[in-house]
Design a protein around this ligand. Structure first.
Ligand SMILES: *Cc1c(COP(=O)(O)O)cnc(C)c1O
Length: 389
């Protein structure tokens, strides 16, 4: 499923009433005719019709066997991590989402699961760490916040060769730009809080599985652990998906223009954006991202201090200073003090998260307004900092 038409019409019309939008089944339980005889639903943790509609929709959108909706992106990540047992090992991208890093390091490591962090843009680094205990290879592409692009197809082959599963956190790309299952991933994860919800008005997570066997295992974990998404938030997530094609295309176009503008600024050190020819893995992004390089741009300042970044992020008008990303309103943040504050500084610097790194999430405003907004913030650095005077 790739076209906007298909996505819109994959949202089912209600069979019972003809309702063109999916009804919110705000219920905890379902009446049975006889014990165990029911219409497919018995208790709302196990299954709910609104959630089921969302789960089928995301499975179609990602080209997987089944989808699962969780209360947050981290609950989705947690459900996948629960596939592991003591002694198992994960190889994960080194600039993994801060919350996933915290979960792996402070919860799963204690339970005897070993996590190796590597630069997954280099297949040799992955191969060097594989052994018979490697059960998951975990990547984000583009990654957060330095937008590293890993070759999903190549890593999928490595995973297959050692009998491990490839998990792709597809939050940054969105299913409009990238379909990891087609490229060889076994499991796709989304923080639906971001592009899928798209309006910064909910927190949700999704898992999509490639095979029936995996679907059954995740279904079991979802019901056993219980971190499901409520019906109202399922409705909002479906509503978000209806416009995702339009939103993501506009966000990607805005981000490309913003990245090109940032490249011309003398105050800027490095601009990270997979759509720029200067990006290390631009050629792979071209192959696997459907010509849509994402709505996130990050950049560091030549005068690499946290103070400079703070001045910048507090002087924009349209780019609102906030964590999160993917919504219709543009956001700006300083990862070292915000989204990645839980990662030790030394570790942060190793994977390119400098103190002055600034991350932009481009919304659907007019590109020129966004550029003018950034121009104003650069002027504020000048007026307050002797170095740039
Ligand atoms: C936000 C985010 C998550 C976590 O999702 P929540 O909905 O905040 O729990 C996971 N992965 C990535 C890449 C994210 O950006």
């Amino acid at each position: 499923m790739s076209s906007a038409t298909e996505i819109i019409h994959a949202v089912p019309v209600d069979e019972l009433t003809g309702s063109i939008s999916v009804p919110v089944y705000q219920t905890s339980t379902f009446v049975q005719e006889a014990p165990g005889v029911h219409k497919g639903y018995d208790y709302a943790r196990t299954a709910n019709p609104t959630r089921h509609a969302l789960e089928q929709l995301i499975a179609k959108l990602e080209g997987g066997d089944a989808g699962f909706a969780f209360s947050t992106g981290l609950a989705a990540i947690d459900a996948v991590a629960k596939l592991l047992s003591t002694g198992d090992e994960i190889i994960a991208v080194d600039d993994l989402y801060g919350g996933a890093y915290r979960l792996f390091t402070h919860v799963y490591q204690k339970l005897g699961i070993k996590i190796h962090y590597v630069d997954t843009t280099d297949a040799d680094q992955i191969l060097a760490l594989t052994n018979r205990n490697t059960k998951l290879i975990w990547i984000e592409s583009p990654s957060n916040p330095t937008l590293k692009v890993s070759d999903i197809q190549q890593i999928g082959k490595i995973a297959k060769s050692i009998n491990a599963l490839l998990v792709v956190d597809n939050t940054f790309a969105s299913p409009i730009s990238q379909k990891p299952i087609k490229l060889g991933a076994d499991i796709v994860i989304h923080s639906a809080t971001k592009y899928i919800g798209g309006h910064s008005d909910l927190v949700a997570g999704l898992v999509v599985t490639k095979s029936k066997a995996l679907s059954e295992r995740i279904k079991f974990i979802q019901n056993a652990s219980g971190g499901i998404l409520g019906p109202w938030d399922c409705f909002l997530t479906i509503r978000g998906i209806e416009t995702i094609d339009l939103r993501v295309r506009k966000q990607c176009a805005n981000a490309l223009q913003v990245a090109q503008y940032l490249q011309t600024k003398p105050e800027v050190d490095i601009v990270h954006y997979p759509g720029l020819a200067s990006h290390k893995n631009h050629h792979i992004a071209v192959q696997q991202q459907n010509g849509l390089f994402g709505g996130i741009v990050s950049f560091s300042l030549k005068e690499d201090t946290a103070e400079n970044a703070v001045r910048f992020v507090t002087h924009t008008t349209y780019f609102k200073l906030a964590e999160s990303l993917g919504g219709v309103k543009s956001l700006i943040c300083q990862p070292s003090a915000m989204t990645h504050a839980s990662v030790p500084r030394e570790k942060r610097l190793e994977c390119g998260i400098q103190d002055s790194l600034i991350r932009l999430s481009c919304g659907i405003e007019d590109a020129q307004d966004l550029i003018d907004d950034l121009e104003k913030a650069f002027t504020c650095i000048h007026s307050q900092n002797e170095v740039f005077a």
